[in-house]
Design a protein around this ligand. Structure first.
Ligand SMILES: Nc1nc2c(ncn2[C@@H]2O[C@H](COP(=O)(O)OP(=O)(O)O)[C@@H](O)[C@H]2O)c(=O)[nH]1
Ligand SMILES: [Mg+2]
Length: 488
């Protein structure tokens, strides 16, 4: 049965939907969500997209731009007062002038781009594109809404006992074993448990392990709530069907877990997620290949969790909270410029395979789903390098200062050719769990099957009067899928 609070929420939501709709008749607006786990490439993607649209990038597959129907794209003031503006100008300057990647961001942000274009029938029109950048970690919190504290504790503990996580959880487990959940509530014990639990999550995220499934999302991405009680709790080893004695440590943890859902999870889905029309989910599959098969399987589970958010249909326990209205979802494997183009289709195939069973269900729920391998900013060029009798399809780029390969530490100025490893054509072997390939989780960098160096952003041809275009891979295909139909 719906509670009073849920009914009010529902009414508020439909009032807003009505408002949005009325507005839309005169000023068509598309709210495009850009998400992905930390470091997947959201900031770089948005910067490249806005730059490409506003200066006119080389986008042959993006029909409206390629055929000259887009007259102009310009930034307008960010419309949502409570959301930070996406720092486009800073990020662009960092990329182009300093040839550095933008600093990482940990919060939601938004940018409004207005596109003046001519319809295919010749009429002049305007499309407003609101781009919303938010951490994919926040999507992975959705299942918490359906779980009690005790269920969540049991599942988190079970997950932390699997390899390679169990190694990283040792300190937290040790502390947990000494903790009496029935003892009186204790702020310091809670703080210590939360800190050790967060340290464990952070260690899992390290590039050697590259785990993806690390809820609660705000523990690693606290935004403006860092240090508040709603973010200071941890799992306890308590029976799933037990009930917490009043004023016990258990009761305190449980109360804060519920606060996390109220203060963090519900508002995000209600105020932000439910208003999106289109969505791109960026996936750093290469980071998972770097780490090894465990990371790949973890990523697969995280993707299933993300897809669940789009599939919320009628009659689920979440449908009182919100109904997604997203009708197109693009999953994009990012940083494809780390691979020779002969492997781009394979990268797409791997991502498609990771999504397959879940994606079909999303399509049933009414949204179109597509998959692409792209590089929002292409940092490399291609070359054939002779090695003995073989010619290896290689890539050329300037590794970021401090990157190491074969015992050499790069200075950030020298361009090198590397052979990153071919992606396999046989996907079954790739996904089999028994040592399918070696990654950094179990091997040293020299023994790992894939090793993707980080490259600096490309050196652009200077001398041109206006901004030079940023090179990319398949960014135009992504745009065509995401907004092409809105510009007909
Ligand atoms: N070579 C290459 N690296 C990229 C690209 N996009 C992102 N990266 C790398 O990934 C890092 C994280 O990207 P960012 O956009 O900040 O990720 P976010 O945390 O999802 O916003 C950057 O610092 C770059 O090192 C790309 O298109 N090509
Ligand atoms: Mg970012």
């Amino acid at each position: 049965m719906a509670s009073f609070a849920e009914i009010v929420e529902e009414a508020r939501l439909s009032a807003r939907a009505l408002l949005d709709y009325g507005d839309n008749l005169f000023h068509p607006t598309v709210r495009l969500g850009v998400t992905g786990l930390s470091r997947a490439g959201k900031t770089v993607f948005i910067t490249a997209l806005v730059h490409g649209l506003s200066r006119g990038g080389r986008f042959p597959v993006f029909e409206s731009l390629a055929t000259g129907r887009i007259a102009r794209a310009r930034l307008e003031p960010q419309p949502d007062d409570a959301v930070p503006r996406f720092a486009y100008e800073d990020h662009l300057r960092t990329l182009i002038e300093a040839r550095r990647w933008p600093n990482s961001t940990v919060d939601i942000s938004e940018l409004r781009l207005v596109i003046d274009y001519q319809r295919q029938n010749g009429a002049d029109r305007t499309l407003t594109l609101d781009i919303v950048d938010y951490p994919g970690e926040w999507l992975l919190d959705l299942p918490l809404l359906a779980k009690s504290y005790e269920q969540w504790s049991a599942e988190s503990l079970a997950l932390s006992r699997l390899q390679p996580r169990v190694r990283l959880a040792a300190q937290w487990h040790e502390h947990l074993a000494a903790l009496d959940s029935l003892a009186r509530e204790d702020e310091q014990a809670t703080l210590t448990a939360a800190k050790l639990f967060t340290d464990y999550l952070r260690a899992c995220r390290d590039e050697r392990f590259a785990m993806s499934l690390l809820p609660p999302g705000r523990f690693l991405m606290p935004g403006n709530l860092a240090g508040s009680p709603a973010l200071t709790f941890a799992p306890l080893d308590v029976p799933v069907d037990g009930s917490a004695p009043e004023r016990s440590l258990w009761a305190m943890m449980r109360r804060r877990y519920e606060a996390y859902k109220d203060v963090v999870v519900r508002p995000f889905f209600r105020d932000h997620f439910s208003r999106l029309d289109r969505q791109i989910v960026l996936v750093d599959a290469l980071a998972a290949f770097n780490a090894g098969p465990e990371a790949l399987h973890d990523l697969e589970a995280a993707l299933a969790g993300i897809l669940d958010c789009f599939r919320i249909g009628r009659g689920t326990i979440f449908s009182n909270l919100f109904r997604p209205r997203i009708d197109r979802i693009l999953f994009a494997a990012t940083k494809a410029d780390h691979l020779h183009h002969s492997s781009h289709d394979r990268l797409e195939a791997i991502l498609r395979r990771m999504l397959d069973p879940a994606a079909t269900r999303a399509e049933v729920a009414g949204a179109g789903v597509d998959v692409v391998a792209l590089a929002a900013v292409r940092a490399t060029r291609e070359a054939q390098v002779q090695r003995g009798r073989d010619k290896l399809p290689s890539i050329l780029g300037t590794p970021v200062q401090g990157e190491v390969a074969n015992g050499e530490t790069f200075d950030g100025e020298t361009e090198v050719a590397t052979f990153p490893g071919d992606l396999p054509a046989d996907l079954d072997a790739f996904f089999s769990s028994d040592g399918a390939f070696r990654g950094l989780t179990t091997a040293t960098a020299e023994k790992a099957d894939f090793r993707f160096l980080r490259f600096r952003p490309p050196l652009l041809e200077s001398g041109a009067a206006d901004d030079p275009a940023l090179p990319h891979i398949r960014l135009d295909r992504a745009l065509q899928f995401l907004i092409g139909d809105k510009l007909q």
